[in-house]
Design a protein around this ligand. Structure first.
Ligand SMILES: Nc1ncnc2c1ncn2[C@@H]1O[C@H](COP(=O)(O)OP(=O)(O)OP(=O)(O)O)[C@@H](O)[C@H]1O
Length: 309
């Protein structure tokens, strides 16, 4: 797969000595959606800001389609669109002028047909003459995207695109992001919402305390780290897990009615057959069985906790 952004050993030490990025290396594949997950203060915004030239890196190398962000700033920056976390629009300006000025700022020739296409795609065409202050929060966020796309970038950074946005708007945003991907735009988004990464990302990177803990295909990550749980509902409550079942690592619920067994989905043997035999031999009558896959959230929490330990 062709990479469109290569970051090598990126370090950022802020004035005052705080080390926000401690040597991050990653490559972004052209056309993918990468979600960067991490708790508050992990370094996600710092990473985006250094790639976009808003802050300078202390050391390391950043190349956008081969162009060095330091030595070839203009060529590199032209390929990037940034949708910032904060809505930073001029309230009295119209939607149309906002995107037109933004295109001009990047030194691109006027192309009203292209801007119309972008506004239509983002369902903003009907609002092109409205002033920003007249728009809803969701529309303002879409204007930020239109602005970021105004100079036809190939990589779009979205810094927490759905922070504080209600559920239905969040889903709209995911549709928009997917559509941009279909148009060939490479997308890197940061998020606190694991469900967001789960819903739209092709690959997931986890950052904590300035370090990239992992970067992996979503599907393989979930399969590799995902455990499954088998929950057994008992006909009659028990006060403790019978001794004969102690090898299975079962967890008894507080009401004594359910036993939970965790198993590795990748293992050759899950141990379920043995468990069911032992349950029966222990005289327990089963009322119901359920299995559930660990969510990305469980995986993420475990990773960050391991990193902190
Ligand atoms: N200008 C600055 N000067 C000093 N420290 C800074 C500066 N900007 C950010 N930091 C620190 O760097 C760390 C990483 O911040 P950053 O904003 O990159 O995190 P983040 O992962 O984007 O967090 P959030 O999810 O809360 O936005 C934080 O501890 C933050 O306080």
């Amino acid at each position: 797969m062709r990479s469109i952004l290569d970051i090598t050993d990126l370090k950022k030490v802020y004035e005052g000595g705080f080390e926000a990025l401690k040597g991050v290396s990653l490559s972004i594949h052209e056309g993918e959606i990468l979600a960067l997950l991490g708790p508050n203060g992990a370094g996600k915004t710092t990473l985006i800001s250094t790639v976009c030239g808003i802050t300078t890196n202390t050391s390391g190398d950043i190349r956008v389609d081969g162009y060095c962000v330091k030595d070839d700033y203009r060529a590199a920056r032209r390929l990037i669109g940034l949708v910032p976390q904060e809505v930073n629009l001029e309230p009295f300006e119209t939607v149309w002028n906002t995107v037109r000025f933004s295109r001009g700022l990047h030194g691109k020739r006027r192309d009203d047909a292209y801007l119309e296409k972008i506004l239509r795609k983002l369902s903003l065409w009907e609002k092109k003459s409205s002033r920003i202050m007249e728009l809803s929060g969701g529309m303002k966020r879409r204007v930020l995207i239109a602005k970021a796309l105004s100079h036809e970038p190939r990589i779009l950074f979205l810094d927490e695109p759905t922070a504080g946005v209600d559920v239905s708007l969040r889903k709209d945003m995911w549709d928009t992001v997917n559509e941009l991907k279909r148009d060939g735009v490479t997308i890197i988004l940061t998020t606190h919402y694991i469900e967001e990464a789960e819903a739209i990302a092709d690959r997931i990177g986890v950052i904590n305390k300035g370090e990239l803990l992992l970067i992996e295909e979503k599907a393989s990550l979930m399969q590799r780290l995902g455990q499954k749980q088998l929950t057994v509902e008992l006909q009659d409550a028990v006060t403790a897990v019978p001794d004969a079942l102690s090898d299975h690592g079962l967890v008894l619920s507080e009401d004594g009615r359910t036993l939970t067994y965790s198993y590795d989905t990748q293992a050759d043997r899950t141990g379920i057959t043995q468990l069911l035999g032992d349950l029966s031999a222990a005289g327990l009558v089963l009322k119901d069985l359920q299995t559930a896959q660990n969510s990305l959230e469980d995986i993420f929490v475990t990773l960050v906790e391991e990193g902190q330990a």
